[in-house]
Ligand binder design. Sequence first.
Ligand SMILES: [Zn+2]
Length: 168
Amino acid sequence: MRGYQCSTCGEFHSGLPFSYGSPAPAPYFDIPEAERDDRVLLSSDQCVIDDKHFFVLGRLEIPVLDADEDLFSWNVWVSLSEKNFNRASELWETEGRESEPPYFGWLSTSLPCYDVDTFLLKTNVHTRPVGERPFIELEPTEHPLAIEQRNGITLKQVQEIAECALHG
Ligand SMILES: [Zn+2]
């Protein structure tokens, strides 16, 4: 198992995560806990708030340039239009659904460890085969996260993310 010497606390941490996730889209956490049962439908892959905000969970994948393990992944929520959300739900178990054209999605997770907020970045949501979460492709802007997705990151950056996730 991979581990690393932490430059933040000086300890050795065993394991180096290659993916992180959030249990719900950011707006969910703004809803008072007492109201969530009435206002929110939440599963491991979909979320609907107030019958008018529609979210799916996807994988914002980033190539890791100097590791055998292919990809780093932020598992993030994106909001879809009601039409596209319904379409995605309809096709949930349909073989060949990956031929679907991409849907527009607003990134609805605020990732830690970035100086510039990632909330509401524009994305394309690419449907994948049944059983796989969609691939989230960021609009190719100069946002640090978009640059990382275009250019890839190194193991050192994966470690920096781990330290940030662990120590804030
Ligand atoms: Zn540490």
